[in-house]
Design a protein around this ligand. Structure first.
Ligand code: ATP
Length: 136
């Protein structure tokens, strides 16, 4: 069975959207397999975001992810990776389609990093790698 790592980022937790976000994923039909709230360390975030090292938004992204608790979850189901990315909407919340998590609840707050509420793995390989980091 395919698995994906979902993170409710600090903006989502701080705004009280954790339940709403998890509930949309469950309502779509995916099974919640693991769930926890964590204060991520810089070391953990550097591993998670290693592919973005050197990009202009890398440091603001790590700082943002350190700014408050994150909720980490594993969801399971056929094609859940693709399915969750469709539920989440495109990266930029200003233009994410209404009906998606980012499109319904996100906007541009005029800061350096896109505060876009959620993360979802982008491939089976990254899902297994990321689940290993967050649920070691
Ligand atoms: P995620 O990996 O978090 O699900 P994604 O695949 O849509 O999101 P990535 O390209 O992997 O986006 O970027 C990781 C995160 O970095 C984004 O979710 C966003 O918070 C931030 N980010 C990406 N691109 C930019 C950018 N051009 N400017 C500011 N922040 C960005």
């Amino acid at each position: 069975i395919e698995r994906t790592l979902v993170l409710v980022k600090p903006d989502g937790v701080q705004r009280g959207l954790t339940g709403t976000i998890l509930s949309r994923i469950e309502a779509k039909g995916y099974r919640l397999a693991e769930l926890k709230q964590v204060e991520a360390s810089r070391e953990l975030l550097e591993k998670h975001y290693e592919e973005h090292v050197g990009k202009p938004f890398y440091e603001p992204l790590v700082e943002f992810m350190l700014s408050g608790p994150v909720v980490a979850a594993v969801f399971e189901g056929h094609r859940v990776i693709e399915g969750f990315r469709s539920l989440a909407g495109t990266t930029d919340p200003t233009i994410a389609a209404p009906g998606t998590i980012r499109g319904d609840f996100g906007r541009d707050w005029g800061v350096k990093v896109q505060q876009n509420l959620v993360h979802g793995s982008d491939s089976a390989e990254s899902a297994e790698r990321e689940i290993g980091i967050w649920f070691a």
